[in-house]
Ligand binder design. Sequence first.
Ligand code: SAH
Length: 384
Amino acid sequence: MSEVQQQIEANPTLQAVVKTNATNLLGLDRAGLETFFESIGEKKFRATQVMKWIHQLGVTDFQEMNNLSKDLRNQLAETSCIQNLQVTKDMLSTDGTRKWLLQLSDGNHIEAVFIPEDDRGTLCVSSQVGCALDCSFCSTGRQGFNRNLTTAEIISQVWLAAHLLEEEKKPGRKITNVVMMGMGEPLLNFDNTITAVRIMMDDFAYGLSKRRVTVSTAGVVPAMDRLGDTLDMRLAVSLHASNDKLRDELVPVNKKYPLKELMAACRRFIDKQNSRSRITFEYVMLDGINDQPEHARELIKLLKGIPTLMNLIPFNPFEGSGYRTSSKNAVSRFREILHNSGMTTVVRKTRGEDIDAACGQLAGKIEDKSRRHRRFEEPRFGME
Ligand code: SAH
């Protein structure tokens, strides 16, 4: 160990300074790593070597990267880091769903959830601390917006889940799909989300195909256009209402980008993708609010001509939400009407209820909820 390194080891303040300046390699996609290596006088192919070590082999200590020279390993250890989030809570539901409460370096918390099904394992990933969109039925919205996650903080959720699941050594506990449906609006954290998605899809990292990564949006129209121009992946749109009056109330971003504009953006998105793709629409079923047969009929008209997978989500109640879950009868009647029109319609199963991991219940740590009263002071829509 050099003298400088010894001084740093002995001094926590210096350690913090070094850490802040270090590049967190977890947050660089292949192009980013190539630029990084070139900037330190190395060949580009170091990027794929290091990606494999980090994401496929789960190695965070540069000294273990034995296809790099000793000098390079030391240089990396001094100038960069592979810094993951800290796991504060790790909860396993009786149905196999596993949820992690993760602490960021500034003390904020976010959540990630693994949902195993017969033929796949889906990881639900957060993109922001809190959310600015204030959807009336969503508990994350109650916290207000705090900040965007960095690419490293988004990818760390995947890294940690992949490696903690591997430690279980049980069949069927592998991430095959990622959905950006955790806390936050991914399209209002556009660049970091895109870079993270590139890492998820990179063969030297997680190797997920474009059909297995879904970005979910409440309908930020300009960003949907940008997304379509940038990358092939699945798009989910949180619709929740069949007309503007109702949607203005449930999903306030609708006042800025009403249904006509949203539907036009969906059509443009589909046109940019290959012919087999369709859009997933999410529709949370709220008792007596949006679950009547006339709403289903309005939806059929609204979505005409858009290749649709309709996901009906039973509302997951939380304290003070002011909404009730639609009855089983209302949900099946609604599903029937959509189905009979030829729309592929599924009712999403509620998972991980015993660990508060169900849709829309991701709220970080309890004390974060004190931000509730401040939510209207936050910038509402961060992107023009
Ligand atoms: N901001 C993005 C992604 C996060 S929300 C978006 O709006 O799509 C992921 C999904 O969970 C959205 O469809 C959201 O509307 C839904 N959701 C939020 N709160 C819910 C609740 N209490 N019950 C059921 N679904 C909920």
